[in-house]
Design a protein around this ligand. Structure first.
Ligand code: BGC
Length: 422
């Protein structure tokens, strides 16, 4: 192996992993509690991270990571609008943060990840503008308590995915379909809530270090499979316009940029259209069949590492804000595939950084195999496997965890080498 194969990342780069409350904690009362996923499962226990977080934090530390992005579940902390925060639940999150601190792990806290308290859902969720002051109140109570322990705040995770699946495609509760007006309303309300929450975080969250605030934007490239198919091109453009352009403008466009000090980017890959159909495993086309078309996919979407450079360069040119890769990962039972995928995306990330894009960290999705929303437990994104057949839910390391651990410890990635695992 030659030295050129080793791509070194800058000192202080954050290497972490990410989870969300509904997907890992269990024992939550929100709109997902009574939702049945396509595989017949539910999230009522999930990975029981609610009780097993000390062990999970030890894993993060053992794997050599220096950062962890996780959510604080609003529904645990407030039982009614403008209510005081639940002390016991708050103490549990404080304990998570204290354990992370003791292990030298920097937390990034997510305040909204696809779930709401039941009383927010009862009033129409984010279609109702009353969700804005309620969320801002939650944030204003939380920030002073956590400010000594948290400086990286991620207000909304993928508002685009949330609003799309809840109000256009019907995959997420409340499972409405083709309500474009509601989609736009939800995005507009969340963007206003982000701006107001950001003001509070920056005003009340400074405990010696300037707090950083941003959303996590999912970026998917939408392309036509055949370049000259006008209908597929039009469909791809409509998706790009609705999910990328409209949402980015709502949160960061004219006059709104100052509400963020960073951009979180969740980047997985691309979706191509063929005769109006989305050519991805997540919409039911098997990975093997897509291979015949020349597509490389995990169990969700097409892999497109070159897109990492494109989107990072675009965000950098347009907004001049630091960026965190708040999520990237692959769902597959093929660990060699996942290793290749990770190296390719990190090589692309390194290339973008070498060209001048200011990226501060990378969070692998996800620490654990977990509840993948409408798909249940069928999609395996974890660095650690969870044995859901065993009621103790034991965690075991997958080969990719070992690979990622070496990357985190050395803050470098080797590319072009022979695959070592399998
Ligand atoms: C979401 C995660 C999800 C992951 C994989 C992102 O869209 O933030 O909650 O599990 O992608 O699909």
């Amino acid at each position: 192996m030659t030295r050129e194969n080793i791509l070194q990342f800058p000192a202080g780069f954050l290497w972490g992993t990410a989870t969300s409350p509904t997907q890992v904690e269990g024992h939550i009362e929100n709109e997902w509690t009574h939702f049945t996923a396509q595989d017949g499962s539910n999230c009522r226990i999930a990975c029981d991270h609610y009780h097993r977080y000390p062990e999970d934090i030890e894993w993060i530390s053992k794997l050599g990571m220096n950062a962890y992005r996780f959510g604080i579940e609003w529904s645990r902390l407030q039982s009614a609008p403008f209510a005081a925060l639940n002390r016991n639940e708050l103490a549990r999150y404080v304990d998570i943060l204290d354990r992370l601190k003791a292990a030298g792990i920097t937390p990034m806290v997510v305040l909204h990840h696809f779930s709401n308290p039941p009383w927010i859902n009862a009033m129409g969720g984010w279609t109702n503008a009353a969700a804005i002051p309620a969320f801002v109140d939650f944030v204003s109570r939380l920030v002073p308590v956590l400010k000594d322990r948290v400086y990286l705040w991620n207000t909304f995770n993928e508002p685009d995915t949330y609003a799309c699946l809840a109000y256009l495609l019907g995959g997420f509760p409340p499972q409405r379909k083709w309500k474009l007006g509601l989609f736009r309303k939800v995005i507009g309300h969340m963007a206003r809530a982000h701006a107001q929450a950001s003001r509070i975080i920056r005003r009340d969250g400074n405990a010696g270090r300037e707090p950083e605030v941003g959303i996590a934007k999912n970026w998917t490239f939408f392309h036509a499979y055949k370049r000259y198919s006008p209908w597929d091109r039009l469909t791809a453009f409509a998706c790009h316009y609705t999910f990328n352009k409209f949402v980015l403008d709502a949160f960061l466009g004219a006059g709104r940029r100052q509400a963020s000090t960073f951009i979180g980017l969740n980047y997985y890959g691309r979706v191509r259209f063929h005769h109006f159909r989305t050519m991805i495993p997540a919409s039911g086309t098997p990975v093997k069949r897509l291979k015949d078309f020349g597509f490389v996919c995990d169990d969700m979407v097409e892999r497109y590492p070159a897109g990492m450079v494109k989107i990072l360069s675009y965000l950098h040119r347009r907004f001049r804000l630091p960026i965190f890769i708040t999520e990237h990962g692959a769902a597959s039972e093929d660990e060699n595939f996942r290793e290749r995928d990770l190296r390719e995306y990190l090589a692309a990330l390194h290339g973008a950084m070498a060209a001048g894009v200011d990226v501060r960290g990378f969070f692998y999705w996800s620490l654990l195999d977990n509840f993948e929303w409408q798909f249940g437990y069928a999609k395996k994104f974890g660095l650690l496997a969870v044995d859901f057949a065993d009621e103790k839910l034991p965690r075991t390391m997958k080969p990719l965890a070992d690979v990622y651990s070496r990357i985190c410890r050395t803050s470098s990635v080797q590319t072009g080498e022979k695959v070592l695992i399998g």
